[in-house]
Design a protein. Sequence first.
Lengths: 268, 272
Amino acid sequence: MLIKAILVGLIGVIAILDSRLLGRLNLERPLIGATLTGLVLGDLTTGLMVGATLELVSLGLVNVGAAAPPDMNLGAIIATAFTILTGATPETALTIAIPIAVLGQLLGILLRTLLASLTHRADALVEQGDFEAAKRIHVVWATSLYALSYFIPIFSAIYFGTAVIEGLVGVIPEWLTNGLTVASKILPAYGFALLLNTMMTSKNVVFLLAGFFITAYSGISVTAISIFAVIVAFILADIKFNRPAASAVGAAPIDFEDYDDLDSPDDL
Amino acid sequence: MSNKQKDPNSWKYWKFFWSSWMIQASWNYERQMNMGYMYGMSSILDKIYSKPEDIEKKKEAYNRHLEFFNCTPQTASFIMGLTASMEEQYYEDPDKVDTNAITSVKTSLMGPLSGIGDSFFQGTVRVIAFGLGISLAQQGSILGPILAMIISFVPSFVVTYYGGKIGYNTGNKYLTRLYEGGLMNQLMYITNIIGLMVIGAMIASLIGITTPIAFGETFKLQETLDSIIPDLLPLLSTFLMYFLIKKNVKTGWLLGICIVGGVVLSALGILA
């Protein structure tokens, strides 16, 4: 169990360092964290299943700017490990993941507040002319703190907590499990709505409906729709931008006002 | 271009590349990516101010880049490249470039580039990558997560590397050209259509809300719904959530509504 706890803890380190050191290549997503956990613990199928479920639930929880959504990555890694180690069903993973995600969110806020004090340390070091030490705060110290903020909770949860969680899962009533399963189907709707909030206007809602109805009636896969979408988008862009005369008949125009507020270079 | 001479500045492009990817390593609530930005500029500043008598100017420069900064990591490299070339010009001719201009370039570009960067990487690339990833993973295929990683990696690498290079070499002119030529609008238009169609498809195929409501043996509501508009409930739930978000209902409440609502509607036998 010690070795398993360390290995899963290291998956957590990979996840958090993805957005810290690799510009968020999306290793820090429930699907990837759960798959890696499944791989390490020798049950890839469960990893994939739990990962797909939790990824779907958290697709709309975007890490943008200062917003700190529930930390589903931490939740996914720990929940996958518990599901595999205790032999629970993938559905129960959700009941474990959500409370952990909320705890992870609080931990994240705490850490980012703490790191604000390190920036004052960096100011002081620059003032003393110790530039190398100021860089080390960014590269070494802050990075290590972020890594530990994932390693410690995951390691302790798995090393000390499996028995406790096993007991808890045993007493969860059936109505709650069923209810949370329904909730896990509503949460993606919320996630998609969050994405649409930034992308959709009354003028381009037709594209959403096109994607929806083609899939709903024909049952073709998301992959197929993506390919069609690329083709449709390029054709419409060609009509709209390269043949100005035809644009009135062709594509629905999109409001770009949000992106035009760039300061002109004359201000420099 | 024909003779393959190595660009003497290529070490700088890689520096912008890696430090943009690393820009969140010390993300904090006070000045967000400030130390990350300072780290990105540091080796260029160390080279410019290598003489011992320049130490005070070097401290000023470091402080300049310890100010508040927040941007999508992949698009931050463009700003790093641009300000690095401005720092070099400033050292050569302090009358030509003013330090306020360096700071104002940073603050004026980080907003629009975050907007574009986040909607492209988080809104479009991630949605497509994981939309495909989830549907394959649900079938138990390891290709799901692998494909999601590859789709995430390629645009991130290209935008970050060339962003820094273009920022350093052609800087502001290039960005203006991108806007004036309408290329940026075209790109946003295309990614927007793809993103929306894929989300539409995912609403239909990935949200499994159904209703167990039935009257007797003969009338099952879900079967009737399926024969008229399949997946109507997922579409309605998404629009309901969209409506609530537009009404500025807080995130915490919405999450609560989803979870408590799910439990209640399931217990009442309305949804399954």
